[in-house]
Design a protein around this ligand. Structure first.
Ligand SMILES: *[C@@H]1O[C@H](CO)[C@@H](O)[C@H](O)[C@H]1NC(C)=O
Ligand SMILES: *[C@@H]1O[C@H](CO)[C@@H](O)[C@H](O)[C@H]1NC(C)=O
Ligand SMILES: *[C@@H]1O[C@H](CO)[C@@H](O)[C@H](O)[C@H]1NC(C)=O
Length: 262
């Protein structure tokens, strides 16, 4: 039993999940693994049953077609698979850790590919937040119901407030069926994969928390105070020549006009 539980725990990332996604779009799915598998090969296997699934992409063997890609974040012990140009037949997958002398460990996930609006989605799967600031994530869903916001591999906020890794989390339903999550007082430790979940349907979201870049006001000021005088300097000579030419032309026209009158 203990062994069985241990194997089940291997890739607990998204346990038996289903992700709803629109045809033609891309989706990234994070797969969590145990730290002892850090240096193992990871791969995505396509197919409904474990026995009959086919390699789609491996960490040591990129997919030449570019449809599938994989990256391994060994610090967070999460590998991420991305599938582009989803079609109806792209439905059943396994996140797998290769074991050298023994059976590989895999965890199933399902994509429900639809030509309509997916039943649960976010506008952007990858978002950037700044240290010390707040970020708001909106999970849009087709059916009402209880929703939660979870850090992959850690815990979830199920009520209207809570905290994840030191960031305060508040949630509320805004408009019909928009689950709005605000994380405030972001820290760099809050970088990572999260998921919005409603029952078995989930959508993973990657939050990248970085230092806020130097405010763009400065570059605007630099533009205003340095670029414009520079441009004017170039223009001064042609402009003054043009003005002189106009004055001379005007004078000549005036003299000719005067002389014609008498
Ligand atoms: C960030 O969230 C906190 C707590 O919810 C709030 O007090 C603060 O005003 C928010 N800051 C911004 C810039 O929205
Ligand atoms: C996070 O954002 C920073 C700044 O835009 C970028 O340099 C970095 O590569 C991003 N990290 C990830 C994991 O996307
Ligand atoms: C604006 O110009 C100053 C002086 O030339 C420079 O030190 C500063 O880095 C510039 N700032 C930006 C954002 O380019």
């Amino acid at each position: 039993m203990a062994l069985y539980l241990r194997i089940l725990y291997i890739i607990t990332g998204l346990t038996g999940i289903e992700v709803s996604v629109k045809t033609g779009k891309s989706i990234s799915i994070p797969c969590l693994y145990e730290s002892k598998y850090k240096n193992h090969v990871k791969y995505l296997c396509e197919g409904y049953t474990w026995g009959s699934c086919r390699y789609a992409v491996k960490t040591n063997k990129p997919d030449p077609s570019g449809k599938y890609s994989i990256s391994d974040d060994k610090n967070q012990q999460i590998f991420t698979v991305t599938i582009k140009q989803l079609a109806y037949e792209n439905a059943d997958y396994w996140c797998v850790v290769e074991i050298n002398n023994g059976p590989d460990h895999g965890k199933y996930f399902k994509l429900s590919v639809t030509s309509w609006t997916p039943s649960l989605y976010v506008d952007h799967q990858r978002i950037t937040g700044y240290i010390g600031e707040n970020i708001t994530i909106r999970c849009r869903h087709s059916y009402s119901g209880k929703m939660k916001w979870c850090r992959l591999g850690y815990h979830c906020v199920t009520g209207s407030s809570g905290s994840i890794d030191g960031a305060a989390v508040t949630t509320h339903m805004s408009k019909p069926n928009v689950f709005t999550v605000t994380m405030s007082g972001l820290k760099s430790e809050n970088s990572g994969w999260y998921w919005c979940a409603k029952g078995d349907i989930q959508i993973p979201v990657y939050l990248n928390v970085t230092e806020k870049p130097i405010t763009s006001k400065y570059s605007k000021l630099n533009y205003t105070f340095c670029r414009v005088p520079f441009d004017l300097k170039i223009l001064i000579i042609p402009l003054s020549l043009l003005i002189v030419a106009i004055i001379v032309a005007f004078l000549i026209w005036f003299i000719i006009k005067q002389s014609k009158c008498y």
